[in-house]
Design a protein around this ligand. Structure first.
Ligand SMILES: NC(=O)c1ccc[n+]([C@@H]2O[C@H](COP(=O)([O-])OP(=O)(O)OC[C@H]3O[C@@H](n4cnc5c(N)ncnc54)[C@H](OP(=O)(O)O)[C@@H]3O)[C@@H](O)[C@H]2O)c1
Length: 334
């Protein structure tokens, strides 16, 4: 049982433990490592564990918590869990926290619960605020580009979310590079510059780093925040000795077991050797590899235990990879 009365650690901003990186050309600094609540904070997860992780994160300098309307499972329940933790523990610290949510993928039945319409985005934001017991979020994202909605309708909904005070900043996630460029221009022209591009990036998924998304964000003065930095757990020691019963791959929802080929795990073992030489865990190497790119503002990790989170947070202040480390990693991934 964790302590009922929460007082944040006095040394949570102690020099060096959690570096803060500037988000594009904005005034915002984000922690090098942020916490995402996609999978392990829903109504099937123990509340006490979720609470412990949020508190541990904040105590160690994690100011940014990333959510979306449909995180769970079930949909909406990660925001509800977060709302309960806001209510029980975090309320006095709201102004020290940077909280995001999103809408774009399927959320509720019928034509208004998915996509990029103004109707969906703005009603979903209201619902997210209600579930999280918040008056505003710090970033409201369009979770994906919707080719069936006029781009201006989606983007104007972000502008109006900010103008209404229900979001402080606008962001886009998973938008193709060309549409992202149009989004940056649209939003800037309305004095609501895009704060963040959120995209999947990790050692095994480098399309957005090699393609236009990362550089496009940098050119537009937006930050880039990387999700699934551990490739959902593949880039850790989680699967090096089989598939644990409590793992994401065992649940067969978003991480297909077929992905875990001997060939891939062989590469992860070789990467883990580099990690060991650096005095890091495999997960830490995967995070350090991303943070070596100065265009990446922050890395959003997931975790199913406080021990995993603690392991990941230690990467925040680790030295970047050397050019020689980078070359060896490239050889393994080639
Ligand atoms: N914008 C989008 O479309 C989008 C999409 C996906 C994610 N995201 C955001 O990114 C966040 C992170 O995504 P993700 O959960 O896929 O990230 P991830 O960090 O790549 O994977 C997290 C999983 O890896 C395992 N893990 C984490 N740390 C570990 C460690 N130190 N040692 C061993 N295993 C470890 C855990 O798996 P087990 O559960 O098996 O223990 C954990 O659930 C999400 O919560 C969300 O906020 C955004």
């Amino acid at each position: 049982m964790i302590n009922e009365v929460y007082a944040a650690a006095a040394d949570r901003y102690a020099a060096g433990s959690m570096p803060y990186r500037r988000c594009g050309r904005s005034g915002i600094l984000l922690p090098a490592v942020s916490l995402g609540l996609w999978q392990n904070f829903g109504d099937t997860a123990p509340l006490e564990r979720s609470r412990e992780m949020v508190r541990y994160a904040f105590d160690h300098g994690v100011t940014h918590f990333d959510l979306a309307n449909n995180y769970g499972p079930s949909y909406g329940s990660a925001e509800e869990t977060f709302g309960r933790i806001m209510h029980s523990d975090m309320r006095p610290y709201r102004h020290e926290m940077f909280i995001s949510t999103k809408a774009g993928y399927d959320m509720w039945p019928g034509p208004y619960g998915v996509g990029g319409s103004r109707k969906y985005l703005l009603t979903s934001l209201e619902e997210s605020l209600r579930r999280m017991h918040l008056d505003y979020v710090d970033v409201f994202y369009s979770h994906r580009f919707d080719p069936d909605t006029p781009i201006g309708e989606t983007l104007q909904a972000l502008v109006d979310a900010v103008r209404s005070g229900k979001a402080l900043y606008a962001g886009i996630s998973n938008w193709p590079a060309a549409e992202a460029a149009r989004a940056y221009a649209y939003l800037a022209a309305r004095d609501v510059p895009c704060l963040l591009y959120q995209g999947r990036a990790n050692m095994l998924d480098r399309d957005r780093m090699a393609g236009g998304e990362l550089q496009g964000a940098a050119d537009a003065g937006a930050g880039f925040i990387a999700f699934s930095p551990l490739a959902q757990g593949v880039l850790t020691d989680r699967y090096l000795h089989g598939i644990p019963a409590d793992s994401r791959a065992a649940q067969r929802r978003t991480l297909p077991q077929e992905r875990l080929s001997d060939e891939l795990l062989g590469r992860v073992r070789r990467l883990a050797d580099i990690a060991a030489e650096r005095g890091q865990s495999m997960a830490q190497l995967a995070i350090s590899w991303l943070l070596t790119d100065v265009r990446i503002t922050s890395v959003i990790v997931g975790a199913s235990s406080t021990a995993q989170l603690a392991d990941n947070l230690r990467a925040a202040s680790a030295p970047p990879l050397t050019p020689e480390d980078m070359r060896r990693v490239e050889d393994i991934l080639a």
